[in-house]
Design a protein around this ligand. Sequence first.
Ligand SMILES: [Cu+2]
Length: 692
Amino acid sequence: MRLHRGILSAAVALLAAPNIAAEAQEPINAYSQLDRAQSLARSVPFQNPPEATISASGLVDLRVREVVQDFNGVQLRHRSYNGGLVGPTIRIRPGATLGVHLHNELPLEAGAAHPSVNLPHGFNDTNLHTHGLHVSPRSPADDVYRVVEPRESYRFEFPLAADHPAGTCWYHAHKHGSTAFQLAGGMAGALVVEGGLDEIPQIRAAEEKILVLQQFVLKDVGGTYEIDHAALYGQALPTHTTINGVATPTIVMRPGEVQRWRVIHAGTAEAIFLYSEGLEFHEIAVDGLATGRKELKASLHLYPGQRSDVLVKAPATKGPQLAYSIIRDPEKSIRGQTTEQTNVLRILVEGDPLPMPLPDDAALLAAAAFKPADVPTDSQVRHKKRHLRFRDSATEFLIDGKPFDPNCPAHRIDLNTAEEWELVSLAGTHPFHIHVNPFAVKPAAAGEPWLWRDTVVLERNKPVVIRMSFKNFAGLTVLHCHNLIHEDMGMMQAVEIVDRSTPAPTGPALAVSASHAAASTGLVVPAGLPLPAVAGAPIAASAPSASTAPPWRATDVRGRSVSSDAFRGKLSLLVLHRGLTCMHCAEQLTTLKKQIGILRAAGVQPVAVSAGLPEAPSDLAQLEQFPFPVLADADLKCFRDYGCLDAQGLPLHGIFLIDEGNNVLLARRTETAVADPTSLVLNVLKSGDKGE
Ligand SMILES: [Cu+2]
């Protein structure tokens, strides 16, 4: 990979000096003055983004170029799709195949390899993500691992199923390390799947407006403005909030008129909570998924990545109206701060009255993207639960205590299964997004409908429960924070959806990290090679302080409960680990398997318990290879009782040797899995040493 000179050092300096983030917020006042001045002086008519030209063969050309052009009264140098301040709108119908020929016309970057995958880098490399499309995560479709380098072209193909939901999706660059930077220059556009709601007469009669909300953070470089990457990655307030590249454009409506707005938050800097006292917002779809109803909203709360389709009704009286964003609660802000009023849009109500009706509820219900029966049931997800914890600090952006490791899927999920996930932020406010499949968000109160979406905000210490079905498409994909600044700096996980009904596809194989330690130093060992042993450094022991082993209970892959009772009066080795998706844990269990003869000769019966429930029933064959029970602790009670949770509640690795009298002979808790537990156990048995 190449280094964009200066950018990385700026980013490193930024990470090393958290106070820069505070300095970077200075444009707030300048912005407010600029915006007010512009609002008074300018009246720029609203314009939809340009429509993409689609060839007879269904192909759209997207050219990634750096251009200099007028941007709200200043000259702006920025990376663009086809030279625009916003990408062209692409339209497709279910059952059709969209082809996108992406041409990276950016110049080659000079420089050496970057030191970390989780620092901003590779600003001239790009790729393409179709946010909201239910398509394959494999090339040539929605493969965000693909990199289109400068002077390369790549032809993406997105075949849509005939029953693909219609709605407002969008497309944008998603090259890890430069995603936020490229979006911040305008590399995003609307992707409309036609049909569904569009067929309802009252909606068809409503004028369509596409509002791609953007947030630019600019700096003056000798009279020409550029994207201020240091301020951007320092989560500065935007200097400009725009719609389709224009600050506070004006939409004209007639009294009583209804328009259909497709609103897309394509920014990275902050949530946009859109208020307008004079207009009625009737929301009919979120994240491109028709809700099956119309909901009158006082404001549209949009986090980066989210969409809202609204029927907007103008008041009966003529005159100007304003739509503005304001965030009064810092817990709802992705910057953790309130923001003052930011004017986003002006609406001029004029002309003859045009009273228009809203669609009736029955028509909307019939067009819902999902029915209540589509939400996975309790029994479907009973043994399919995961807990994901998001946490940021000035320098770290982590999920489950780790930054993004492209080579090590954090989750392995069977195709055609459903799961329930509990998502929680331990620090910061993070919009969670997962590719390929949308999810249903559990309602706050029983009896309310589950809400389908693809991006949901996690406020600190407010767990969100989602259920999702992994349908139709296997492959390697990602989940991440859609604050793309966080994503570029590590708040992302690799997710592998596995189809066990067909052999794994050949092709460029995913490099498998030999261990977490090796991965963190950039050493990648191809799958199949022997893995180096990494000593698990002991960490401070906490509970259990007494030498009596706490009782434990866990479930096997068939969902049956297994408890410590089954091992009463035996010499057992309880191995607490993070699941077989962790390569290092898998290696530890494989070592135990190889040494089962030695352990049995010493009278030791191993039992492995993983945190959460990553193993699916279809892993049965794999799990039954192990000559000892491989169980899961969904609620982490066993981990807690054995002192195997860290201060953040994240599972540690643990080795506990428990004798016939239920005494703990060995307790070893480590950050990384102990590579050779058998030697430890034999030493304890030989010497009578306590491992603690
Ligand atoms: Cu985040």
